[in-house]
Design a protein around this ligand. Structure first.
Ligand code: PAF
Length: 275
C-alpha cells in the first residue's frame, strides 16, 4: 500500500497537481478520520486515477462560541488511516488565509439561513470560502461529500452549478456505527450515557421511514410522531423539506429530505433521511 505524500503549502499542492495526469478525486475533511471519511476515500479511489485528501480545521466556518479550539486534531493517526491515498494536503491557517478582509460567498438565504444556517450564523459562508479555495488549488475531477451533512452537500452542489465549476460532486451514503448512530468526528465528545440517549436520533428517523413506507405522507402527523419520540432530547430541528431545502407538507418520494439535529449534552448531532 502506498504512503501518501504530505503537502503542507499551497505551492506544494499546486506543484503536485501539475505533476499528475488522469482524473483526480478529492476528499476535503477536517481530519479526525472515521469510517465515514474512509468510505469517501474508497469511492474516490475506485473512480479516479489519483486521490487527494485534505485535512484542515477551517476557522471561518466556526462561530465564536463553537468548538474550533477543541475540535479533535489527530494528524498522525489520520495519515496512518489514509494509506493508499496519493496525497494529503494539511495546511496551516496562514497558508489558506494569507490575506485580510477576503471576498466571501453567501448561499441564498433560502438554503443558507435555514436549519444549520439559522443556528450557526455564517457557517456556510465559511464552508463555501474554504471549499472554493480547495477546489481552485486542486482542480479535482470529482469531489466527495457525505450525505450526513445534507445541507452542506446541497449548498456546495449549488455553488458548483452557479459558478460553472468544472467538477462533479459525488454524494456518499451515511455510514453508521453498529448501534445506528451516524459516524461523526464529534461523537468522541459523548459520554456513555449521552451516547445511549443519542440513539433515539437514528431510531426516530427509522420509525418515520417505516411510517412513510406504510403509506403515511402527511408531514404534520410525521412531525408530531417524531417530536413525541424525541421528547427526552433537546431537538434543534426536525424538518421535512425538498432537495432545495424548501419545507414540504406532504412526502414526495425521491424528493424528500428529513433533517434531524439534536443537542445531547454539549454536543450537536446531525442525522437525516433521504426518501
Ligand atoms: O464537512 C466538513 O468536514 C467540512 O465542512 C469541509 C467540507 C471539509 C470544509 O471545511
Amino acid at each position: 500500500m502506498k504512503t501518501p505524500i504530505l503537502l503542507k503549502t499551497t505551492q506544494e499542492l499546486k506543484k503536485w497537481r501539475e505533476s499528475i495526469t488522469g482524473s483526480l478525486g478529492f476528499v476535503p475533511t477536517m481530519g479526525a478520520l472515521h469510517a465515514g471519511h474512509l468510505s469517501l476515500l474508497q469511492a474516490s479511489k475506485a473512480q479516479n486515477s489519483h486521490t487527494l485528501l485534505s485535512i484542515f480545521v477551517n476557522p471561518t466556518q466556526f462561530g465564536a462560541n463553537e468548538d474550533f479550539g477543541k475540535y479533535p486534531r489527530t494528524l498522525e493517526s489520520d495519515i496512518a488511516l489514509a494509506q493508499g491515498v496519493d496525497a494529503i494536503f494539511a495546511p496551516e491557517i496562514s497558508e489558506m488565509y494569507p490575506n485580510k478582509d477576503e471576498i466571501t460567498l453567501n448561499p441564498p438565504k433560502s438554503m443558507g439561513s435555514v436549519y444549520e444556517g439559522a443556528i450557526r450564523e455564517g457557517h456556510f459562508a465559511g464552508v463555501l470560502q474554504v471549499v472554493l479555495k480547495l477546489f481552485n488549488l486542486s482542480s479535482p475531477t470529482r469531489a466527495y461529500f457525505g450525505k450526513k451533512d445534507a445541507q452542506q452537500l446541497l449548498i456546495l452542489q449549488k455553488m458548483c452549478k452557479d459558478f460553472f465549476l468544472p467538477l462533479e460532486i459525488v454524494p456518499c451514503e451515511i455510514v453508521r456505527d453498529t448501534d445506528g448512530l451516524a459516524l461523526s468526528s464529534r461523537n468522541v465528545y459523548l459520554s456513555k450515557e449521552e451516547r445511549a440517549l443519542a440513539l433515539s436520533i437514528p431510531q426516530t428517523l427509522q420509525k418515520i421511514a417505516s411510517l412513510i413506507a406504510q403509506g403515511e405522507s402527511d408531514v404534520a402527523k410525521l412531525y408530531d410522531f417524531g417530536m413525541n419520540e424525541l421528547k427526552d432530547l433537546q431537538v434543534d430541528y426536525l424538518a421535512f423539506c425538498n432537495h432545495s431545502l424548501e419545507p414540504i407538507k406532504s412526502i414526495i418520494p425521491s424528493q424528500t429530505l428529513i433533517l434531524l439535529t439534536c443537542k445531547v449534552g454539549n454536543t450537536r448531532l446531525l442525522d437525516n433521511l433521504w426518501i
